[in-house]
Design a protein around this ligand. Structure first.
Ligand code: ADP
Length: 516
């Protein structure tokens, strides 16, 4: 069977491919910096062809035991954030000389398979027929974008992951700064009560710059728990909880003593944040919710929300007695998987569908409706807070991972926003979620030009914001866990995701519209 007919529901007729506009009747050329689910998705996509990128260079280095031409060692990106995504860390350059051919046809092995972390078979020594900028779609890492964006010229049709200054939202200190600014502006323009809709992130200060204001706040609230987090790290690295100012002054001494070691860099920026002491517990355990949000434009703001996400549970029962125990307080999978009694078979995730069903059964649909409305508000306010700051570029898109925590009043809190949510699957179910999520992201971007551009739902993605809130179609009964419609916003987080059936429908109807 040819590659073009492998996936049901995709129109790959000659007529459809001819309708592709600027790319025309040729394969779509992609580059990818990562070696996880996204690479599987891209390699498995009908009509898409891989062009040499960091994966090629790394694979060739591994196979030939010598560096690929022009490859460089990685450096920290300007936002300094550690890479969560399994980026190869090599910088693509001078791929003209790369001795590899496209791997697009060489296999679509699952990232869950142990083989996939190793090199995949490439034919070495065959000249590359693509130039360095000769791609239509690039899933690059942030580091690459920082190094190249300012000097690169993008053609009309090219699409690339990340906006230039995405860190305005994804660095913990900048996110809070931007939210505080929009809140103040809203209060000024629309009154104090409107400002209340911004009260979804715990009280936060940047250290060392706001140390003195923090100390005042600390003294006003004796006995409460605070959490310290490096502003630009991820996966729970460098985080600790404390209740006594002494704990932080000791830390402060260590961090901010005059530098005797001249090789040491300037002190790292931290945020100190009020710790949510009353998280909503299931089975006595704390969890947070990972939600996927796709921004295809900041001006006008156009936002899609994916139906599936997951709750990440801690492995150990919650208690405030042991604030030094990361397995109790940090729900990151990267932390929990190191817990002594972690069971990789059972894992520590629930789908958002399961979570929504659980909450509905326990608290009723009205309460759950309020929770998910609150989450929609967090998503849009977060993006609006940087809408004027982000360098909008029609070539760029961003898939964010929002981390939300519920407290025991069912109030959702924003913990952080990631620009590179992990795409490495932790199990079969997780792989299926991520594979569908990424495939549908490509369906939304629609480089094949197979849709009408008016769709409000594409696979598992629902259009949440299109220069204003998007409402669900009248009589839309899809967002149900018990047979009733639960919201009028076009938001279906935690609802049934019958993405394949939905894709078949929209592709058939778009084809019919395009024919007439
Ligand atoms: P990282 O980027 O290192 O993952 P996060 O800000 O996401 O840092 O925090 C890691 C984990 O710590 C979260 O997943 C959550 O479980 C917990 N956490 C972070 N901030 C708070 C807070 N203010 N209250 C309660 N738990 C928190």
């Amino acid at each position: 069977m040819s590659k073009n007919t492998r996936v049901p529901g995709y129109m790959q007729s000659k007529a459809a491919r001819n309708a592709r506009g600027i790319i025309g009747d040729r394969e779509i050329r992609f580059k990818c910096s990562l070696q996880n689910t996204i690479l599987d998705v891209l390699r498995g996509r009908p009509g898409w062809q891989e062009v040499p990128g960091p994966n090629f260079q790394q694979q060739n280095m591994q196979q030939n035991s010598r560096p690929a031409a022009g490859s460089q060692t990685s450096t920290q990106p300007p936002d300094g954030k550690g890479n969560k995504t399994g980026s190869t860390g090599t910088t693509p350059s001078n791929t003209q000389n790369s001795p590899a051919t496209s791997g697009g046809k060489t296999g679509t092995k699952s990232t869950m398979s142990p083989q996939t972390s190793g090199p995949q078979q490439q034919s070495v020594g065959v000249p590359n027929r693509f130039g360095d900028g000769d791609w239509d779609f690039y899933w690059c890492d942030r580091e690459w974008l920082h190094q190249n964006y300012d000097t690169m010229f993008l053609h009309e049709h090219q699409k690339i992951l990340h906006f230039r200054n995405h860190y305005e939202l994804t660095r913990k200190n900048l996110m809070v700064k931007n939210l505080k600014r929009l809140k103040k502006q809203t209060e000024r323009e629309q009154g104090k009560s409107e400002g209340l809709s911004f009260d979804f992130h715990p009280t936060t200060y940047e250290l060392p710059s706001e140390y003195h204001i923090f100390v005042e706040e600390f003294k006003r609230n004796p006995g409460i728990t605070w959490i310290m987090k490096p502003a630009a790290k991820s996966q729970g690295k460098g985080i600790f909880l404390f209740r006594r100012l002494k704990d932080i002054t000791d830390w402060k001494k260590g961090e901010y003593q005059p530098l005797t070691d001249t090789t040491r860099e300037v002190p790292e920026t931290y945020v100190v944040q009020r710790y949510i002491e009353n998280p909503y517990l299931i089975g006595g355990r704390k969890f947070d919710i990972r939600i996927y949000v796709l921004v295809v434009s900041y001006n006008p703001l156009k936002v899609w929300l994916y139906r599936d996400g997951f709750a990440r549970f801690s492995n150990t029962r919650f208690s405030l007695d042991s604030i030094e125990d990361a397995y109790v307080h940090l729900t990151n999978v990267s932390v929990q998987k190191n817990a002594p009694d972690y069971d990789p078979e059972k894992g520590c995730k629930w789908s958002t569908l399961r979570l929504r069903q659980y909450l509905s059964a326990k608290h009723g649909s009205e309460a759950v409706k309020k929770v998910f409305k609150g989450i929609d508000n967090i998503i849009t306010k977060g993006l609006q807070s940087v809408q004027k700051i982000i360098i909008n570029d029609k070539h760029c898109f961003e898939m964010y991972g929002y981390d939300i925590l519920l407290d025991d009043d069912l109030k959702p809190w924003l913990i952080e926003i990631n620009a590179s949510p992990s795409l490495t699957a932790s199990g079969k179910e997780d792989y299926e979620l991520k594979f569908g999520l990424l495939n549908d992201l490509l369906n939304v971007l629609d480089l094949e030009n197979r849709l009408t551009g008016k769709e409000k739902r594409i696979g598992g993605w629902d259009l949440l914001w299109d220069d204003g809130p998007v409402l669900a179609d009248d009589g839309n009964m899809e967002c149900t866990t018990n047979g009733t419609s639960v919201t009028t916003a076009n938001s279906f987080l935690g609802c049934h995701n019958d993405r394949k059936r939905q894709l078949r429908e929209i592709y058939t109807s778009a084809q019919a519209i395009k024919k007439t």
